[in-house]
Design a protein around this ligand. Structure first.
Ligand code: ADP
Length: 669
């Protein structure tokens, strides 16, 4: 199905049309071919049956005629007399041989004449005991049993049958090697009153019957009639065949062939109809009949090639028509497919052109059908797109200008923060000095309340100093972008711990640092700030109410795209509702009396992580410690070369940066 879906429209149309046209066509051709074949088979079978019946009747009539002629002859007084006289002379043959010869001579012309006119081959007069007293052709034979002895003759068999049944009998065919012709005998008893005085036998050949079967009218070019007969143990053709004139008694057939089956007696129907391979190995349609009175099989057959030739011709014609139809279908399918695919292709070209940025391109509308509507809708969509694009451009320009303004304001704000905090330092220093003088020089002149006020002033000044420090730190973070470089985090952490060594010892904090943190590309200075802030917080919020077991753990997990760090403590924890808020600048959850601090640390940490394109979040609930998790991408997007630094508009070298940092620090102090 996917294969079909991927085909071009024209091919799809051609294939679909072909299937739609060809399947019914093939079915129709098949049905009409099979129907016409069936009709032809029935018709030809009927005509073969008619021919078979007709031939059978003709043959039966022909033989009955012969039979009747022989019977009639056996009843004539001439024959009875001849038989009597020949028989008597035969008895006397030894004593009076001439008399026997004379009597034979006397009857020879009459019997020879009869043989000739009836187209018999021979004519015998035989005494009941088997002595042949007369034969037109075979002068030397004296006894029927002599023939039987040597030849197993049909003559002998038919003689015995006539003698025993006292009726006219017809023999099977046999091949006469003397005459090289088929021989058939008809025997009739010669009776004088009720007494059998001899048997009259005539010998016939198969010429008469062959004449009958030679008539091929209504049997086309391949049809024919065949007479099958027993010849000894074999089944043979008793008459010449249409395609083998010398077949009679020469060609035999196999016992299991349909030709041989025609000789089987049938109980119900006397006919067999079917198709089979004949002696030429050609398929034939046949009708066979058994003729019991002569023990012959009669087959009328025709080659199926001829029988079905008109059906085959019809099929050929239909095939030719369907080929023409196929061509027409292909042409029509191509024409229809083109009318559909051409506008679609044009539409595709226009979309490609629009995709390349040519928004002025429009689809041609070929008509008002669905494709025309599609083209209209497409053009409408493109108009909308142009309009939307215009709006977006406008908005973008507005945003750009707002961004510029914001950046300007931000810079001004930054510079204001920096200047303000910087400028606040001098008066604050003055306040601190004067408070110190007051404390030292006027301590004794002031009462307790006065001294408390001075302490308050000194405390406030310290806190303000701290705030200014934080503000300056934040300002530095925003203004200065240090280079990203490969930093050994284990070394960095070591340096951090060194800086807060005193706090760790004082609060007996258990510090856990994994040994093999990989090298991470980052801003070394700012990353130090991150760890310093988070570890400091961890110590601060785990040591106060948990003096015996404060614990801070730094962890690392390598993810597919990120380095993931966490700083975990077992301190007071943070209510999840504050998780986002505490990253805000100067946001605190506790008073200064509870936990010292300004609330700037996490704001700075978040800014640094975001500058690294990472993320930071908290996993904590109240009372169960807090875990600060942050990620640093393994491939930093805006990775700057070591030794170069982006300051505002351009790059400056590391030396310039260092100078800048030193300058700032000295100013802040
Ligand atoms: P500071 O520590 O100076 O108050 P921070 O920005 O570092 O400021 O922290 C802001 C607030 O977040 C803190 O006042 C505290 O309430 C809360 N906080 C920060 N770290 C922790 C922590 N590890 N455990 C509990 N609370 C914390």
């Amino acid at each position: 199905m996917t294969f079909f879906n991927n085909l071009p429209i024209t091919t799809k149309f051609v294939l679909s049309f072909l299937v739609i046209a060809l399947v019914p066509m093939a079915v129709a051709i098949n049905i009409s071919y099979n129907t016409s074949k069936k009709v032809l088979e029935t018709e030809v079978t009927n005509s073969l049956v008619a021919v078979a019946d007709n031939k059978t009747n003709q043959i039966e009539f022909y033989l009955r005629e012969k039979e009747r002629a022989v019977t009639n002859l056996s009843h004539t007084s001439d024959i009875i007399e001849a038989m009597e006289e020949l028989s008597a002379a035969f008895e006397d043959k030894v004593a009076n041989p001439e008399a026997f010869q004379d009597i034979k001579k006397e009857y020879r012309p009459f019997l020879t004449y009869y043989k000739k006119t009836s187209e018999f081959e021979d004519l015998y007069l035989i005494r009941p005991r088997g002595e042949i007293v007369f034969s037109v052709e075979r002068l030397s034979i004296s006894s029927i049993y002599e023939i039987a002895l040597y030849e197993e003759s049909e003559l002998t068999k038919v003689f015995i049958r006539a003698k025993e049944s006292s009726k006219t009998e017809i023999s099977d065919f046999e091949y006469d090697y003397n005459t090289e012709k088929a021989a058939l005998f008809i025997s009739a008893p010669i009776l004088k009153g009720a007494e059998l005085i001899g048997v009259l036998i005539v010998k016939m050949n198969n010429a008469g019957i062959s004449e009958l079967v030679k008539d091929y009218s209504s049997l086309g070019n391949t049809g024919g009639t065949m007479i099958m007969a027993h010849s000894g143990d074999n089944v043979v053709f008793a008459t010449p065949l249409r395609f083998d004139k010398n077949a009679a008694f020469v060609r035999s057939v196999k016992k299991n062939s349909f030709e041989a089956s025609s000789l089987k007696k049938r109980s119900t129907s006397n006919r067999d109809v079917g198709r089979a391979l004949d002696y030429r190995q050609e398929e034939v349609l046949f009708v066979s009949r058994y003729i019991p009175s002569f023990r012959w099989g009669l087959i009328v057959k025709m080659d199926t090639k001829e029988v079905f030739s008109s059906a085959n011709q019809l099929r050929k014609k239909l095939m030719n028509i369907s080929i023409l139809l196929m061509c027409a279908v292909v042409v029509i399918a191509i024409v229809i497919a083109r009318t559909i695919s051409r506008p679609i292709r044009a539409l595709t070209d226009v979309s490609a052109s629009i995709a390349e940025g040519n928004l002025s391109a429009r689809a041609a509308v070929y008509g008002q059908d669905e494709i025309g509507e599609l083209a209209l809708a497409f053009n409408q969509m493109t108009d909308n797109l142009v309009e939307a694009n215009k709006n977006i451009e406008q908005k973008r320009a507005e945003l750009e200008s707002q961004k510029g303004m914001l950046e300007k304001v931000n810079k001004e704000l930054d510079s204001f923060t920096y200047t303000a905090s910087h400028d606040l330092r001098a008066p604050l220093r003055g306040i601190a000095s004067f408070a110190k003088f007051l404390e030292e020089d006027y301590r004794d002149k002031l009462d307790d309340e006065g001294r408390d006020h001075i302490q308050e002033i000194i405390g406030g000044v310290n806190r303000m100093n701290q705030l200014i420090d934080d503000l300056l730190a934040l300002s530095r973070i925003s203004r200065i972008q240090n280079p990203f470089e490969d930093v050994n985090i284990n070394e960095l952490l070591e340096a951090v711990l060194k800086r807060i060594e005193f706090d760790i010892k004082e609060h007996k904090v258990e510090m856990v640092i994994p040994p093999n943190i990989p090298v991470v590309c980052c801003d070394r200075i700012k990353m130090t700030e991150v760890f310093l802030n988070l570890i400091n917080n961890g110590i601060k919020f785990s040591s106060k109410d948990n003096p015996d077991h404060p614990r801070v753990e730094v962890g690392y997990v390598s993810e597919a795209d990120n380095h993931k760090f966490f700083v975990k403590d077992n301190g007071i924890g943070i209510d999840p509702k504050y998780h986002d808020q505490i990253f805000g600048m100067f946001k605190r959850l506790h008073s200064n009396a509870e936990y010292e601090g300004t609330g700037a640390g996490l704001g700075i940490v978040k800014k640094v992580i975001e500058d690294h394109h990472g993320r930071i979040w908290i996993e904590s609930v109240v009372g169960q410690g807090a875990t600060f998790v942050f990620t640093i991408p393994k491939e930093l997007k805006e990775k700057k070369k070591i030794g170069e630094i982006l300051v505002e508009d351009g790059f400056v070298s590391q030396d310039v940066l260092n100078q800048e940092l030193d300058k700032q620090k000295s100013q802040e102090v």
